[in-house]
Design a protein around this ligand. Structure first.
Ligand SMILES: [Zn+2]
Length: 73
């Protein structure tokens, strides 16, 4: 099944895509960032630092932010 990525507009194969509903990890992060900027514009710099502290923890951090986003809506 082909889906259109809401971030970049690219058509991608929805099967075997762990970054649904986005085409890639990058677009998921971009969308997350857009949301973070809207919701926490004051704290963006803090979050930025937090995410950049440890590359290995980055995925976990993104995932937890992502979960927060879902819960918050
Ligand atoms: Zn995309």
């Amino acid at each position: 099944m082909k889906m259109k990525c809401p971030v970049c507009g690219k058509l991608f194969d929805a099967e075997n895509n762990q970054w649904m509903p986005f085409c890639s990890k990058n677009c998921k992060i971009i969308d997350l960032w857009n949301w973070v900027h809207e919701k926490y514009s004051i704290k963006v710099e803090e979050i930025d630092e937090e995410i950049n502290i440890n590359e290995e923890d980055k995925d976990d951090k993104i995932d937890s932010l992502w979960r927060n986003r879902k819960n918050g809506q």
